[in-house]
Design a protein around this ligand. Structure first.
Ligand SMILES: [Zn+2]
Ligand SMILES: [Zn+2]
Length: 171
């Protein structure tokens, strides 16, 4: 599980590799399969600084061509854990600091890994940077090749000029 034992941990740097089913940390759609989290923990006298990097495969739909595609989404975060005797819960929410009682045995990364993985999902989903999208006329996926409507396309800015030329020819 995504937990690190911190009791009796001496000061220094520790590296961890985690892998498990995403359902174990409450992640589902559009993610699938396993999560892989690398955690670097730096322990000091009264605090822990933790950097976590998580890779999970996501099933996404391209905004341009509506094709389904898979992408590995990487999310990163840094969390600071402070050991203090009297923990006041209300302070916990403003910044990424978690207060730990000095007797704390383990820290659980699951919720943070989940939250940051969900935040890492792209707003704009593209199957590739240069996805050509669908033809607005016939709906064909232009990544599979050009469609037949191609020649009829007239840049609307030239339309008045074209009409003028036709008119002049008629005169
Ligand atoms: Zn696309
Ligand atoms: Zn077309």
């Amino acid at each position: 599980m995504l937990k690190i034992k911190v009791s009796n941990l001496t000061n220094g740097r520790y590296d961890y590799d985690f892998e498990g089913k995403i359902s174990d940390i409450n992640i589902s759609d559009p993610y699938e399969g396993n999560y892989k989290t690398k955690a670097v923990l730096n322990k000091f006298d009264n605090q822990i600084i933790l950097d976590a990097t998580t890779d999970i495969v996501a099933n996404l739909v391209c905004d341009r061509c509506t094709k389904e595609f898979q992408s590995i989404i990487t999310s990163r975060y840094r969390m600071i854990y402070l050991f203090i005797q009297n923990i006041n819960d209300s302070e916990n929410e403003k910044i990424d600091i978690i207060y730990l009682h000095p007797e704390t045995d383990k820290i659980d990364l699951s919720e943070d890994v989940r939250d940051y993985a969900l935040l890492a999902l792209p707003m704009k989903k593209l199957c590739s940077e240069n996805c050509k999208g669908l033809c607005p006329k016939c709906g064909k996926n232009l990544n599979d090749g050009p469609c037949d409507c191609h020649d009829e396309k007239i840049d609307p800015r030239w339309e008045p000029l074209q009409k003028l030329i036709v008119k002049n020819k008629l005169n």
